[in-house]
Design a protein around this ligand. Structure first.
Ligand SMILES: O=C[C@H](O)COP(=O)(O)O
Length: 270
């Protein structure tokens, strides 16, 4: 992350926990309570380092009630949304509904949805537009599979994926987005990309945004790294100039571990 002269950050770091299809609505409340208490006990400055959780849809009402009732400074969001706002789309969830539940964020194009639900660029463009229509910040996920990494084409592959996914957006819209670089081979495998890998890709994505949209868009855009992030490796990854946060899967299901990732500034590995 880029640090200013007074020790602040150029872009507010975002530590987001993607619970995936884990934690029912009762377990979700317990996890969030533990996380919030741990961070509040540690006097975490939520303005300095932002914290968000992305639970299953069925947990969102409970999360909203807890966050509002206890005035928790934690943001939350969903793992997907429909490109439509309402109508005969059985099983889909509208961004309008997510906004009404107080969501701030929504994941778009996570590699598990791209692979398991064949989500392609055109659909994802529609989902980004739907999120923006309802004031949700899309966390747009990109990243290469193992065979692409092995071929050495990972940067151009991932930049092209982002180019396709962001088609139709204005520079102002891109400036407010979050993009998560998640190499598919590092997700849930324990195989973490090196900090140099994370920096190389995030720098390339920011450069692409500067060229394709504007330098303001590139400066505003927050870039996260995701893939087997834990407390033990978070500080090193977050220390990279172009990495503005992390998207955490498995480790976000453990309140103490996730709290330690959030508190990465206190766990800097020499
Ligand atoms: O959305 C999160 C990513 O898929 C990373 O998951 P992971 O931390 O379990 O590897």
């Amino acid at each position: 992350m880029t640090v200013t002269k007074d020790g602040g950050y150029v872009r507010t770091p975002l530590i987001a926990g993607n619970w995936k299809m884990n934690m029912d609505h009762v377990q979700g409340i317990t996890l969030l309570q533990k996380l919030a208490w741990t961070l509040q006990d540690a006097k975490h400055d939520f303005e300095r380092v932002e914290v968000a959780v992305l639970p299953p849809f069925t947990d969102l009402r409970g999360v909203q009630t807890l966050v509002n009732g206890d005035k928790l400074p934690v943001r939350y969001g969903a793992q997907d949304l429909s490109e439509h706002d309402s109508g005969a789309y059985t099983g889909e969830i509208s961004g309008q509904f997510l906004a009404k539940l107080g969501c701030s964020y929504v994941l778009v194009g996570h590699s598990e949805r791209r692979a398991l639900h064949s989500e392609g660029a055109e659909l994802l463009q529609g989902k980004i537009q739907a999120a923006l229509r309802h004031g949700l910040v899309p966390i747009v996920c990109v990243g290469e599979p193992l065979e692409v990494r092995r071929s050495g084409e990972h940067v151009s592959y991932t930049v092209d994926q982002l180019r396709e996914t962001l088609k139709g957006l204005s520079a102002e819209q891109v400036a407010g987005l979050v993009v998560a670089y998640e190499p598919v081979w590092a997700i849930g495998t324990g195989e973490v990309a090196s900090e140099q890998d994370a920096q190389e890709m995030c720098a390339a994505l920011r450069e692409f945004v500067a060229q394709e949209f504007s330098s303001e868009a590139a400066e505003g855009l927050r870039l996260l790294y995701g893939g087997s992030v834990k407390a033990a490796n978070a500080a090193t990854i977050l220390g990279q100039t172009d990495v503005d946060g992390v998207l955490v899967g498995g480790a976000s299901l453990d309140a103490a571990e996730f709290a330690n990732i959030v508190r990465f500034e206190h766990h800097v590995v020499a």
